[in-house]
Design a protein around this ligand. Structure first.
Ligand code: MLT
Ligand code: ZN
Length: 246
């Protein structure tokens, strides 16, 4: 793992709260990037800052069905893929990044032209030398999302039993379906402590859809009072955002 935080009591999303996002950087020395990093995520993807790029290449992925565990991390629900998933993942600039986990933020963390969406899915990958690449999908209300539909019974079990883990026999990550042709690319950070930087973000421009019932299922499964797990927007500073168009 990349030092992700699994104890829900360590930080919160409460605005200006003691453990809230504005204070993450001072809660622990290892978290100082959350406060003073210059390449933090999420950001607003605004058209006037975006550079069209024809050379990034399409966002291709190779995945096979794989065993996974659904976990309640306190601040979100995560689908963790078991180790040894060699070859499953994405390739960016010749570097292979292996699929590690998928989790969800409600509402979205990234915004487009100031517009926030109801849900954001993060598909987290890591290279052999520890570099992180996250592929993100934004959702608006509409038809059910088929990947979430396939996880419905496990999400319900987490909710009903208050268990923090559910084993799933074969999840087919192909359902996360990456054939997204247009995507934004920028260099940012993890959006939770320790807010480590140099994370390669690829955010699909194409919206997906989800139902209110599916959103509720994710929210309720977290068993948390706060109705958000979206970090506030961060400064873009000197960074460029590229938009890949074939
Ligand atoms: C992120 O997308 O940056 C995450 O929320 C960090 C994590 O997976 O812990
Ligand atoms: Zn995330």
């Amino acid at each position: 793992g990349h030092g992700e935080v699994e104890d829900e009591t360590e930080f919160s999303y409460e605005k200006n709260g003691e453990k809230g996002p504005e204070n993450w950087g001072t809660l622990k020395p290892e978290w100082e990037m959350c406060g003073n990093g210059k390449m933090q995520s999420p950001i607003d993807l605004t058209a006037k800052r975006v550079l069209i790029d024809h050379n990034l290449g399409s966002l291709r992925s190779h995945y096979l069905p794989y065993n996974a565990t659904i976990k309640n991390r306190g601040h979100d629900i995560m689908l963790k893929f078991e180790g040894g998933n060699a070859g499953l993942g994405i390739v960016i600039n010749g570097t292979a990044y292996q699929l590690q986990q998928i989790h969800w933020h409600t509402p979205s963390e990234h915004t487009i032209g100031g517009r926030r969406f109801v849900l954001e899915e993060h598909v987290v990958h890591e290279s052999k030398d520890g570099r992180i690449a996250v592929v993100a999908f934004l959702y608006k209300l509409g038809r059910p999302d088929s990947f979430l539909l396939s996880l419905e019974s496990q999400l319900k079990r987490i909710t009903d039993t208050h268990e923090s883990e559910e084993y799933i026999r074969m999840v087919d990550p192909i359902r996360v379906n990456f054939e997204s042709r247009l995507y934004y690319r920028y260099l940012g950070s993890l959006t939770t402590p320790p807010c480590s930087e140099n994370v390669i973000w690829s955010i699909s421009k194409e919206m997906r859809t989800v139902t209110i019932k599916q959103l509720e299922l994710l929210r309720v499964a977290v068993h948390d009072q706060s109705n958000t797990n979206a970090r506030p927007l961060q400064r873009i500073n000197e960074r460029l955002v590229k938009l890949y168009t074939p």
